[in-house]
Ligand binder design. Sequence first.
Ligand code: CA
Length: 223
Amino acid sequence: MNKIFCVEDEENIRELVEYTLTNVGYDVKGFSCAKDFFEEIKVSSPTLILLDIMLPDSDGISILSELRHDNSTKDIPVIMLTAKSGQMDKIKGLNLGADDYITKPFDIMELVARINAVIRRIPKKEKSKEYSYKEISIDPVSRKVTAGNDEITLTYKEFELLYTLIVNKGIVLSRETLMLKVWETDFEGETRTVDVHIRSLRQKLGQFGEYIQTIRNVGYKVG
Ligand code: CA
């Protein structure tokens, strides 16, 4: 069962989140302060963390930064809960690697939908470190990419883009999702960046470039 930690000092919000997420099948643990949260995360690892910004003994930004600098927690998805949308823009600008943001007061079912979406995007852990699709294989550790018999040199973002598509093979990824995953931003209007990178990626993959399919009005997929 997917475990969710919710760090939120406002009791009514925390209880609503705990109650709702439990009802939809998550194992939820709420924390009213950073101290309790850090004690727990040392001993158990959640699937996802909901993180409030203003807390009595710390703030969500420091907590997020601490999580991202620790190897054991750096890959755990985090959704930030913010009180004001202005605050949200500022936090997004910091690019600390939160997976999503939601402004309070939020619709609880909207939060559930966001959580489900983030969890769906978590790459499945496979035995091999190498990911592949037909003749294309990609190793996230050595960052080596081969297409057919050729080794392909990609830029950092092209690599991330191909990796994301292959890890999610069979799934159509919208430009917004790719923006969020690869560029860690969802600023509208920048999604053209995705198209530009897809184009150069296809070129570099040569005859195998066609494995990256354009899904009209939606986005891209492999497989
Ligand atoms: Ca708060």
